[in-house]
Design a protein around this ligand. Structure first.
Ligand code: NAI
Length: 481
């Protein structure tokens, strides 16, 4: 049995990145995976859902925007089986790419399920038996899985999680989504776009509660309503039954019992860390009351040679946070003096229009001691590129510290919000001010100009919207500060 410098458990965007970085740093590295390389993200999460969202958006644009642009087709056919085939080819390509990258970096890939034997050894249950793997360091990147609620156990046929929903052979005529969070709204939105009648049951009094800027959520909620998605707030799913092929969900909606018919029930009420499947107690790794493996700023657990990254090690459960931690853990093992010091983990919700954020909301700014804020918005409706794309819903909102104009938060709802937010993340990481954004020349005509104009708007002088003057100059001419 050879001794590895690093053994990574789990090959999602946390694990495979950690393994590649470890190998780049000259460490002898192995990676263990029990399912498919790339984990949830590449196989049953981020990537396939974005493929489905792209298809639904494309279909919607052909049906609704095409005729305005003079593009018509006598009949637009949509074949779910073909869409599924294409979606799978996207996942296979990405997973194959991870395989090549790992091999190209001389990482040993071991397919099977890992269990602790000691602090320096694991047993991997493979399809042919079991294999012992010894390593000086371990990086645990085992991810998370969907949670269930009483009365709803996912069988991936009638009651599905995101995994089952991404594998539908046909578009369900009626779908009840339990949970109006990230996954419920992403899948619910694209299913509606593909032709499903969608009901969302959300226990809270608003969608995406505490997950996004409330002004951004309002834009999405309005669009969902316009498209015919039926959102029920204060709605608790209680039970379901099946008669013949038809399902029926019983829910308590604002205290009243209601029954909603469905062909599929999608359960998206959150995810929990996969920390209970490996016996962490055996090696003395501490886990908190929510099941997250406890780590320090170097991703080290309570056992110095065992590291944990990604969903299993705490919120936010986002792929890019996992990758960032993967690089960090590998570099710490290689002897680099690094700590997790990111100021922001940008977040994107791929609904229509997309919501993306970096930094704090106004509420969070106040909770963090910034009471005096400057807040400004610039609408996509006033941006030439957005108008020429027929995608004018939404805005860029910037929140800055009033005393020095340092940007504290950027919240975008609108076209390509997912791509625009990276500039905001960089601005926040660098401690940029409103002037830094406003005085950076942004190319025309692009959606990116909205960031520059939102900064100008926050300073009180955006060019392409009419803003009330903040103060009158001494000579009486009308101008902003
Ligand atoms: P979530 O935490 O985003 O939302 C769950 C929702 O379910 C909440 O709004 C909650 O109030 C509601 N809920 C809970 N119990 C309920 C009940 N009994 N009846 C009705 N509603 C109920 O969870 P979700 O959507 O499963 O996503 C899990 C995580 O996955 C997210 O927190 C996110 O970190 C990650 N994710 C990220 C994505 C991205 O980056 N674009 C996409 C998908 C998931």
């Amino acid at each position: 049995m050879s001794m590895y410098d690093v053994c990574v458990i789990g090959s999602g965007p946390g694990g495979y990145v950690a393994a590649i970085r470890s190998a780049q740093l000259g460490l002898k590295t192995a990676i263990i995976e029990r399912e498919d390389l790339g984990g949830v993200c590449l196989n049953v999460g981020c990537i396939p859902s974005k493929a489905m969202i792209t298809a639904a958006h494309f279909l919607h644009r052909m049906q609704h925007d095409g005729p305005t642009m003079g593009i018509t087709a006598s009949k637009i056919d949509f074949d779910m089986k073909q869409l599924k085939t294409w979606k799978q080819s996207v996942c296979d390509k990405m997973s194959g790419g991870v395989n090549q990258l790992l091999k190209g970096n001389s990482v040993d890939i071991i397919m099977g399920e890992a269990q602790w034997k000691s602090k320096t050894e694991i047993i991997v249950k493979t399809k042919d038996g079991s294999k012992s793997v010894a390593a000086k360091n371990f990086i645990v990147a085992t991810g998370s899985r969907p949670i269930e609620i009483p009365g709803f156990q996912a069988d991936e046929k009638d009651v599905v999680t995101s995994t089952g929903a991404l594998d539908f052979e046909e578009v369900p005529k009626k779908m009840v989504v339990i949970g109006g969070g990230y996954i419920g709204l992403e899948i619910g939105s694209y299913m509606q776009g593909l032709g499903s009648e969608v009901h969302v049951l959300e226990a809270a009094d608003g969608l995406l509660k505490g997950m996004a800027d409330p002004d951004c959520v309002q834009v999405v909620a309005r669009k969902l309503k316009k498209k015919g998605v039926q959102v029920h707030l204060g709605a608790f799913a209680k039970s379901w039954k099946k008669s013949g092929k038809q399902l029926e969900v019983t829910a308590e909606i604002k205290g009243k019992k209601e029954a909603i018919a469905a062909d599929k029930i999608l359960l998206t009420v959150g995810r929990k860390p996969n920390s209970d499947e490996m016996d962490f107690k055996k090696v003395g790794v501490q886990v908190d009351e929510k099941g997250f493996v406890k780590i320090n700023a170097q991703c080290r657990t309570s056992i110095p040679n065992i590291y944990a990254i990604g969903d299993v090690a705490g919120q936010p459960m986002l792929a890019h946070k996992a990758s960032h931690e993967g690089v960090l853990a590998a570099e710490v093992i290689a002897g680099k003096n690094r700590v997790y010091d990111a100021k922001t983990v940008p977040a994107v919700i791929f609904v229509d229009p997309e919501i993306a954020s970096a930094g704090w909301t106004e509420e969070e700014c106040k909770a963090n001691g910034y009471a005096d804020l400057k807040v400004g918005k610039f609408p996509f409706g006033a941006n030439g590129r957005a108008v020429s794309m027929m995608e004018t819903d939404g805005f860029v909102k910037i929140i800055a510290n009033a005393s020095n104009n340092v940007v504290l938060g950027v919240h975008i709802v609108g076209p390509e919000a997912s791509n625009l937010i990276s500039e905001a993340a960089l601005a926040i990481e660098m401690g940029a001010t409103l002037e830094d954004l406003a005085l950076t020349i942004h190319p025309h005509p692009t959606l990116g100009e909205t960031m520059m104009e939102a900064a100008e708007a926050t300073l009180g002088h955006a060019i392409h919207i009419i803003q009330k003057p903040l103060r009158k100059p001494a000579n009486g001419a009308s101008a902003n500060a």
